[in-house]
Ligand binder design. Sequence first.
Ligand SMILES: [Zn+2]
Length: 324
Amino acid sequence: MSFTWDMHVCAARALDSNLLRALEPYRAAGVSMVTLNVSDAGFTLEEAVRTIAHYEAQIAAHPDELLLVREAEDFALAQQTNRLGVCFDVEGALLLGTQVDAVRVLYDLGVRWMAFAYNRKNAFAYGCHDARDEGLTPLGRELVRTMDEIGMIKCCSHTGYRTARDVFELSERPCIFSHSNPRALVDHPRNVPDDLMRALAETGGVMGITGVGLFLGNTSPSAEDVFKHIDYAVNLIGAEHVGLGLDHVPSEDFDLKGYIADRTFWPPGFGYDGDVVILGPQILAPLTQRMRSAGYPDATIRGILGENFRRVASEVWRSPAFSA
Ligand SMILES: [Zn+2]
């Protein structure tokens, strides 16, 4: 099985949740690596830290099945020992308040990408659902520089258009859209217009295609829908800039619809009050098959399944090789 990385997994963050059980479908599908969300919308820094503490304890309790991945060198270890690698992500810098240096603590705790905004503005950036986007604030520019310095991957999913352009322009390292789809296929503010996809690719970055039905343009989506979005991105920016960030919530008892009922972060008129279906790791086998039948070479498929994000992590994350 090739190295497969789902860049965005929203396991239930309840402090009594069973992480191994939630991640079992990923292990069953042969996934090598997941990035687990620990904060979005209006979560506080304290809540994020408590979630990380819970996840780290769960990972430590299952050392034969899970591995906390802290640097790029750990990918090979996870694969060799047949464990699912886990690192963390934060959606939106709101939880930093106005304290840029707090991002250093998140990195130390295992957070390996952070988005600048979660749909709405904060002290650093504007969100994709703000009526106006004035670009990165002075603090936001400081945040870009700090993230480049410490090796945190900069994500512009959920972030406003102009802010994202500023991030890409200022960035000295590859950036990502961890989970966003092409707006040319589905016109939704969470999706990304062509010129912004190109600007991302110019940083050397990767766009993770999501399995969220709303952003795929299908209320009952399938692997075919994901393939269409992958194929569009491959043709526009090149296969080496495409990956996967499905955004699946692998917890049956989680009330997703109730969760996104907050109309500040998920404003009315954008489909959030409809049925929310998010594809999970079960689509990976049919998706791989579909890419094969479309004539994608094996190396291209491996890139999209995970090697492209692995390349970005190897270039961005701070590691012994990097600091030496
Ligand atoms: Zn998201």
